[in-house]
Ligand binder design. Structure first.
Ligand code: C2O
Ligand code: CU
Ligand code: CU
Length: 457
């Protein structure tokens, strides 16, 4: 169930009751009437899902669904969300890819105190950039994201874009067994490699769904990888699809090509020309089918490819005066002492010789780099390992300049999939003061060392 902004504006209060979950928790999301403090109430709570027919999966959801309810806002407008925590553990919400003030970034002990069970926190920020974003906690991430606390955040362009149809597809591979029970979200031996993979692949919580789309129309597909570890190798054999945006930022439209690797945290906006009624395409991850895209009869006149989406107002880095900083992402076997491991504290990864300790609340007091506000920077990202890392920076959008492994058409993003042994260069203007997380979005890697803080003063 999802709501359009129009419905929300029309007053959804009380209408959004989506289910009665474990413990009788009532979920709802909507625009409360006569409330001056927020536009949405978003409840995180336990939620029983039927991912495997006839079996219950004890998930956690936002707004009564997992992946969570889709939040929408218009570019340049303020988004105000009251986050209500009905879980039995503390949580926060981080708005992935949104350039916002540090106090709204959702990182515990850095931007806010964790939101305790039964408490709430009001998030309030302006969405400067249009595009496909998402939200998730930044606490006990392997479990909280793993159980379903992930959701899309769509920021609509100021003006109509020429797309008359769109769908949001949140990709997640659940860590559950054949009976729907959760399996380990973080297996140490896997965390030291590519990350702990789930078993059941879904789109919007459904394995292998069929999406019915109006024939002849150009549909905007917003694919969001909300998974903990999986890089989806997206392909659409026989389909006519063009890339319009990467990670929320518009690109010059170009064909999807053979395959696009969508790492954890990343997004791709595709324009798809829907085939004639009755014809089917299969959206795949490598050779595996993720969804069937099916044309259905439509009376609408055939659509045309919309022009490129308008660029977001991101500052252009000036490379001629940029300072260069180097970051090495390495695997380091013997980082954790046996007593650490006995206590469940594993460290396998480090950035420039420093491993983040997920249990140490003071790590952010020791930033790995301090940047001058409004300074221009080039980061050289070097992956010294044979596992790929989707490298993500909070608070600022960066431009990918080039790579020693592939041809790059420079583009803006918040997450770059750094391949095996690859070295890439990114650049940005440090225009947002604060202490910003800089980490791998393979959640197991992030929780076993591959995170750091970048300070902008
Ligand atoms: Cu999706 Cu720290 O981020
Ligand atoms: Cu983020
Ligand atoms: Cu990684």
């Amino acid at each position: 169930m999802s709501f359009t902004r129009r419905q929300v504006l029309a007053g959804l209060a009380g209408l959004g009751v989506a289910g009665l979950g474990a413990g009788g928790v009532r979920y709802w999301l909507g625009r409360p009437e006569n409330v001056a403090t927020h536009d949405y109430e978003l409840i995180a709570a336990p939620l029983d899902l039927e991912l495997v027919p006839g079996h219950v999966t004890p998930a956690w959801g936002y707004g009564g669904q997992a992946p969570g309810v889709e939040l929408r806002c218009r570019q340049g407008e303020r988004l105000r969300v009251r986050f209500i925590n009905k879980l039995e553990q503390q949580s926060t919400i981080h708005w992935h890819g949104i350039r916002l003030p540090l106090e709204m970034d959702g990182v515990p002990y850095v931007s806010q105190a964790p939101v305790l069970p039964g408490e709430y926190f009001d998030y309030d920020f302006i969405c400067h950039d249009a595009g496909s974003f998402w939200y998730h906690p930044h606490t006990t991430s392997a479990e909280q994201l793993g159980r379903g606390l992930v959701g899309p955040l769509i920021v609509e362009e100021r003006e109509p874009t020429g797309f008359r149809h769109e769908r949001t597809l949140s990709l997640k591979t659940w860590h559950i067994d054949e009976q729907g029970a959760f399996t380990d979200f973080l297996v140490p031996r896997q965390a030291a490699r590519e990350g702990t993979r789930g078993r059941l692949t879904t789109i919007n919580g459904e394995p292998n769904p069929t999406l019915e789309l109006p024939e002849g129309q150009i549909v905007r597909l917003r694919l969001i990888n909300v998974d903990n570890t999986v890089t989806y190798r997206l392909n659409l054999p026989g389909g006519e699809a063009r890339i319009y945006a990467l990670d929320g930022n518009p690109v010059e439209p170009r064909p999807l090509g053979k395959e696009y690797w969508l790492g954890p945290g990343m997004r791709i906006d595709l324009a798809l020309k829907v085939p004639v009624a009755g014809e089917e395409l299969s959206l795949r991850n490598g050779p595996l089918r993720l969804a069937t895209l099916k044309g259905i009869a439509s009376a609408e006149a055939a659509g045309d490819w919309p022009p490129a989406l308008p660029a977001n107002p991101v500052a252009e880095p000036d490379l001629s005066r940029a300072e260069t900083l180097r970051f090495n992402f390495e695997w380091a076997a013997a980082l954790a002492s046996p007593s650490d491991e006995a206590a469940g504290r594993y460290k396998y990864w480090q950035i420039n010789g420093q491993a983040w300790d997920i249990n140490d609340k003071t790590c952010a007091d020791r930033p790995i780099a301090t940047l001058q506000k409004d300074g221009h920077y080039i980061f050289v990202l070097r992956n010294m390992a044979q596992y790929q890392h989707p490298i993500h920076l909070h608070g600022m959008t960066f431009k990918v300049l080039g790579s020693d492994r592939r041809k790059i058409i420079p583009y803006f993003t918040d997450t770059y999939l750094l391949g095996k042994n690859e070295t890439a260069r990114i650049a940005f203007v440090a225009d947002n003061p604060g202490v910003w997380m800089f980490h791998c979005h393979v959640i197991d890697h992030m929780e076993t060392g591959l995170m750091a803080a970048i300070e902008v003063v």
